[in-house]
Design a protein around this ligand. Sequence first.
Ligand code: NDP
Ligand code: 2IT
Length: 447
Amino acid sequence: MPEPIKLDDFMDWIAERSPEQTEFHQTVHEVVQSVLPCVNDNPDYLRARILYRLVEPDRIVSFRVAWADDRNDVQVNRGYRVQFCNAIGPYKGGLRFHSSVTESILKFLGFEQIFKNALTGLPMGGAKGGSDFDPRGRSSGEIMRFCQSFMTELYRHIGPDVDVPAGDIGVGEAEIGYLFGQYKRITGHFNGTLTGKGLEFGGSCMRPEATGYGAVYFLEDMLHSRDDAIEGRSVVVSGAGNVATHAAEKILHRGGKVLTLSDSGGFLHDEDGLTEEKIAWVRKHKARHGASLADYVGEFGGEWHEDKKPWGVDCDVALPCATQDELGQEDAKRLANNGCIAVVEGANRPLTIDAFQVVKDADVLFGPGKAANAGGVAMSGLEMSQNSARLSRSAEDLRTALRQIMRDIHNTCAEHGEGKQGVDYAKGANVAGFRKVADALLAFGVV
Ligand code: NDP
Ligand code: 2IT
């Protein structure tokens, strides 16, 4: 029997190989901690050094993106694509345009994506990409030229059977349109090499809604397992983008009350609760990069809290849907002390490790991002299959498919996360996702 792996030794090895990539280290630590018992129990995994192979991306492409702004001044950004693992399907994952983007952040997101995509039950590998380009305050002409320059380099690394990017922070339907337009222009191929496309040109019904709706379906199933429901519950949501606004909308459909939204400038507290009309206004207003959520108050009332997070507001459920590390230890204590019963990650790893521990110790239901926000990439997977088959499925059909996929993900996590103290969904998501990918890697031999 090969020597078992010790968590500390493994993390020392990671730290040495990728110094200063703290976001990546944290996510590897979280996953490895959960899967280590199943690795150490399996001599085949140990002998094949599956864990050591999985944390090393297949490749990372990084490139210059030069473009001219509206004053004709030349700007230079850096673009990336981290193609992490294609063991169970073509590389798949979003593109993020945000000033905070680094290789470490994209490695963390790409690593998460491997297991998330495995959980969907669809054949997709894990990847992530993006740029330190900040779309805020940029005109649509500038964004278009940036996207065209970005794709002029990226196109040679992607394709419908190779790597299929989509949106993420700062990349929505408009950016995907510019990116796809340039891809098509350079290659001459009209195919499914990007997802999140407009409905007129190969996009899928329900893709915009899928991440936020999916997160609420996951919450619904977690509550259901405790004979509870969303109806009548108060919910604090962070973010004001694609995931946050659709999560808020689905909470309303289920009879819950949404008290907050947030953006990088602060948070909005509307004691009367959001309505469909208010959410539609936010979506339209925030479609312009750089528009402030604070303007909501002039339109509908409520209170704006500059530079603050919403986690101090009394609630039954917290749905962090903005970005990583947006909910810290003190925030988690406040939520638990105020009687919050569930925290569900619409964003990718919005809870810090300390916050996650507080939530766990307090026996608050916790839906980990790689399971709870998998509805988006699952619908991307269905967009890929529609593109390959050259057909379009109806919204109703896809809504039913999304509901079923999220239920299956919930049940898979519950099954693999069952323990003496109840269900640990975070562990369940890690173990179930890992096993599938590890078994595929074993089947390929040493590659
Ligand atoms: P959007 O760009 O549509 O919205 C992002 C929101 O988060 C905005 O309100 C933005 O505020 C806020 N935000 C972003 N960065 C920060 C920051 N550093 N500090 C404070 N607020 C910030 O992105 P999405 O809604 O698509 O993505 C949100 C989260 O969900 C991300 O973690 C993403 O990885 C994850 N996700 C997205 C999926 C999708 O299908 N889109 C799928 C699965 C996960 P502002 O407008 O001021 O910048
Ligand atoms: O984090 C994510 O899962 C996404 N941004 C969606 C990826 C995708 O390929 O749809």
